[in-house]
Design a protein around this ligand. Structure first.
Ligand code: SF4
Ligand code: SF4
Length: 302
């Protein structure tokens, strides 16, 4: 077994097991050991299999992590535990001063985490994308519309405004204290996301259309993703400009545009799915892990 193949899975195991122990020592709750231990193991397993499986089956590895983590977060923590893991829940818990699972989840996966693993959450663990990635439009049929991508920001601020209004103006605190109300918010939010996500994918022939145009979570994540330690890197000496990577990229990242900019694919749209690294016939793409500001000098990319 090559050590290189184990490096990334072991790194993620280390990160998540450290968080598990930190939260356990801080709170005395064994739940954190199970929760973060499980998520770290599911992620590490998927990353390991991504390299270990035969080339034509690499997509199954990421699917496995998505299902293991997405179903656990939505099914167990959300539906069984009655915690609203949607973004509305995050705001309500934050306003109430309740340090619930949703608060910690947002902090680790969507606010601090992207400084390390970019938008890896979107590629490997999101419970909305868990279904969207099963649809048949893996290679988008048309170019991404940049103006329409701004809808995500509108969505984000509309949700924030609604949460502020409900919590502070109406004085309704039930969304962060009454389990049945939290559950109702969770169900309503997810039904809406799935309905819109599936419809957009079918209309635009693009599995990830919801991620590109409407998902408010991306607004959080793009901040850290810009400075992320982990990025895809393109080797300009190996690349023959066949564009197979760009044609296979579910997020339509203009990968080759970064060849002359140090090779790091700075785009904050990249969800680190690693599909491009597998389809490149020249093996010109790899994961780069080094600190630094990314994307601030880019031209033409996103
Ligand atoms: S698939 Fe590889 S060789 Fe082709 S354009 Fe992309 S990086 Fe270059
Ligand atoms: S650039 Fe590569 S790793 Fe990033 S989203 Fe596109 S295919 Fe996935």
């Amino acid at each position: 077994m090559q050590m290189k193949k184990l490096k990334l899975p072991l790194l993620f195991l280390g990160i998540f097991y450290s968080i598990a122990i930190w939260r356990y020592l801080a709170t005395g709750k064994a739940f954190y050991l199970v929760n973060f231990g499980y998520i770290g193991t599911a992620l590490a397993l998927g990353i390991f299999l991504f390299d270990a499986l035969p080339r034509e089956k690499f997509g199954l590895a990421r699917r496995l992590s998505q299902v293991l983590i997405g179903a656990y977060m939505l099914g167990y923590v959300g539906l069984v535990g009655g915690e609203n893991m949607q973004i509305e829940g995050f705001w309500f818990y934050l306003f109430s001063g309740v340090f619930a699972g949703a608060t910690l989840h947002y902090f680790i996966a969507k606010i601090a985490g992207p400084f390390v693993f970019s938008r890896g959450w979107c590629g490997w663990a999101c419970w909305t994308a868990m279904f969207l990635d099963l649809l048949p439009w893996k290679k988008p049929a048309r170019p991404t519309s940049k103006p329409w991508m701004r809808l995500r920001y509108l969505h984000f601020f509309m949700i924030l405004a609604a949460a502020v209004y409900i919590f502070f103006v109406l004085g309704d605190r039930s969304a962060a204290g009454d389990r049945s109300v939290e559950l109702a918010w969770l169900l309503a939010g997810n039904v809406a996301y799935y309905a819109v996500g599936l419809s957009l994918a079918a209309i635009l022939k693009d599995n990830r259309a919801f991620c590109k145009y409407l998902c408010p979570i991306a607004v959080f994540m793009k901040v850290g993703a810009r400075f992320s330690l982990m990025k895809i890197r393109i080797d300009a000496d190996k690349c023959v400009d066949c564009k197979l990577c760009e044609k296979s990229c579910p997020m339509q990242v203009p990968i080759t545009a970064y060849k002359d900019r140090g090779g790091r694919v700075a785009s904050t749209e990249c969800v680190l799915c690693f599909t491009c690294t597998k389809v490149c016939p020249q093996m010109a793409l790899d994961l780069s892990s080094r600190p630094g500001r990314c994307g601030l000098t880019r031209r033409g990319g996103r």
